[in-house]
Design a protein. Structure first.
Length: 230
């Protein structure tokens, strides 16, 4: 049994990750901004080893409180899943930018995964070959020339670069790091025209996480385990 922390676990991919890991017999610490509204997670917690934790990943004090709640708990896998699409598309372009919205997007998509990872380093260090999994996006790849959602794309590109470097530094502590593009998923962010269900994406992500090891730490993968271009 592993202890798994998942942020943004109240819906979509995060909820399905929590559901599938719990079904496999793991203990899941499911994090969300408002536990009182996480009815699906609450129902899951009644039948599985799932623990709801309330955290605002964009706030230092809230993440510090999460670390206190998890004090002494070994974290085998941390999945940084919480994210935001940023301002309306017409307000994040080369010609028009909602700068306050861009800053918020960077805070949630880039700073928050780092904030959570650093706060839980004692927990990760206590595990054997702990894994830090970051749900990113193909839209953060420099190899993809898609001129849309500048705030969102740049936030994911920054996350990719940071975690690529972090993988090198943390390798000496036996902490493994990867980035996973979840695919185009039918969620609130992905829309109903997307090609994957949250269940399909979550199942693929879990299989991909299983193959993370010292030899491939720092990898950027698609949800199905294939390598993604940087």
């Amino acid at each position: 049994m592993s202890n798994i922390v998942i942020t943004g676990a109240n819906r979509g991919i995060g909820l399905e990750l929590a559901r599938h890991y719990a079904a496999k017999g793991h203990r899941v610490y499911a994090c969300c901004r408002d536990a009182g509204k996480a009815t699906d997670l609450d129902d899951l917690a009644k039948t599985q080893d799932v623990h709801l934790l309330e955290v605002a990943v964009g706030e230092d004090d809230s993440v510090a409180e999460l670390a206190e709640q998890l004090s002494g708990v070994t974290v085998d896998i941390l999945i940084n899943n919480a994210g935001t699409g940023g301002p309306p598309r017409e307000e994040q372009s080369a010609l028009v930018m909602d700068f306050e919205g861009w800053a918020d997007t960077m805070n949630i998509n880039t700073f928050a995964p780092v904030r959570v990872m650093q706060a839980l380093l004692p927990n990760l260090r206590a595990a054997e070959s702990a894994k830090v999994v970051n749900i990113t996006s193909q839209m953060g790849a420099l190899s993809l020339d898609m001129t849309v959602a500048y705030a969102y794309c740049s936030s994911k590109a920054a996350l990719n670069k940071f975690m690529r470097m972090a993988a090198i530094e943390l390798a000496s502590e036996d902490i493994l790091v990867c980035l996973i593009h979840p695919g185009w998923v039918k969620t609130d962010m992905g829309g109903q025209a997307a090609t994957l269900t949250a269940v399909e994406s979550a199942q693929g992500i879990i299989q991909t996480v299983d193959k993370l090891e010292a030899a491939n730490t720092g990898s950027f993968w698609n949800w199905n385990g294939t390598t993604h271009d940087w």
